[in-house]
Design a protein around this ligand. Structure first.
Ligand SMILES: [Zn+2]
Length: 51
């Protein structure tokens, strides 16, 4: 199972926003319309299976 790494965080309202850059032409927060989003670290949610 792969996890998408389109995670952004709105710098205005602080909500997590998922944006598919191939579909979306503009990066904009869908909640408040703010246009400055911070890219979250892709390491979040990564799990490593122990053998
Ligand atoms: Zn926002």
């Amino acid at each position: 199972m792969e996890r998408k790494d389109y995670g952004y965080k709105c710098l205005n309202c602080g909500k997590p926003v998922e944006i598919d850059l191939q579909k979306a032409k503009k990066i904009i927060c869908p909640y408040c319309g703010y246009r400055i989003l911070e890219k979250r670290r892709p390491s979040i949610g990564r799990k490593v299976k122990a053998k």
